[in-house]
Design a protein around this ligand. Sequence first.
Ligand SMILES: [Zn+2]
Length: 406
Amino acid sequence: MTARRLYYDDAFATEFTARVTSCEPALVPFSPVAKAPAWEVVLDQTAFYPTSGGQPHDVGKLGEANVIDVRDAEDEIIHTVDQPVELGEAKGCINWPRRFDHMQQHTGQHLLSAMFQERFGLPTVSFHLGSELCTIDLRGPEPSEEILEGAERAANQIIFENRPVNVRYGTADQLSQLGVRKEVERDGILRAIEIESADLQPCGGTHVQRTGQIGMLLVRRCTKVRQDWRVEFVCGRRAERFARRDFQLLQRLAEELRCAPEEVVAASERALTERDAHYKNVRALLQRLAEAEAAALQSTKVNANGIRVVARVFSEDTQEEYLAQLASQLAKFEKTVALLARSASGHVIFAQHPGAGKDLNALLKQTLQRFPGKGGGTPDFVRARLNENGHAEEAIAFAKRLISAA
Ligand SMILES: [Zn+2]
């Protein structure tokens, strides 16, 4: 027996009485409600909407049981519930805030798709109603900012005019003569939704009675998905929530940047320009500091076998990049070898003047055999990171002994 779909005739019915014709344990436990057992119920009539046509299912109560899923199975509608329901008469009640939200989004989709198609020649090829955002995929050339805004404004104009949303029945031919937006090849009587003087579209979903109940439609991002253009939008309470959240974000940004919300773009551009200038300045200063510090360290050199060794371990306020700059500066001095480390991170850098003629790769290898870590480089410049930060001091002393003895 085919269940009567009460929502076809009255999408605003939230409570109904039906006859339970079957209730069986579900073969698979309902997830994500961690492996809880579930039952599958069939009714002679129902106001519960099953997942279909891009619109998610309803939830609610059936007697004492919670309805957690509703799906179409050929001619039947299966209600998944969290406890068994007795055969015979039962009262059903759908979760209205969830359903009404779906009706706002879904009717808004009809309207938005109609505007894209009629005004800009962009047909909708698919629709998704998500828990946060809704999307339609448009086929054709990339919709410009003006087109996105134009479709949004046209849809909102029809919302403000509070036009009736009617349910029409007819054969495919009859609907075609009425100028249906999307032709369907199916026999028998079809159900179509008409937004007065704006759209006619075959659909088995639930819709509001007048466009004013959509409340407001807000178009958001448009991104390319395969060959199509995915347009994000929200309607009704969701539009209110998104607009509120966007403003809060803007407000917070403005507070951070210490400016008015309308000055956020200019203020962030200024802040980024300043940051880049500071960065350049710091780099130049570090370069000069490395030159000066290299000259000062040069005086601490130890002469060993005709080469000059500068060994030093730095504390945490020295960055690894500065260590490399300093090593390069030291390597400019005649026959000098620099053995530097950073105790906070275990970074080690060896560098030499080419005239010193040592193989720093070999020196690093020997050091890492004693104090494990990872690294490498050229015979004149190597860098590594020790596994244990605490070994930096000993590793430098070890390398210094090796190079002085060679
Ligand atoms: Zn629909």
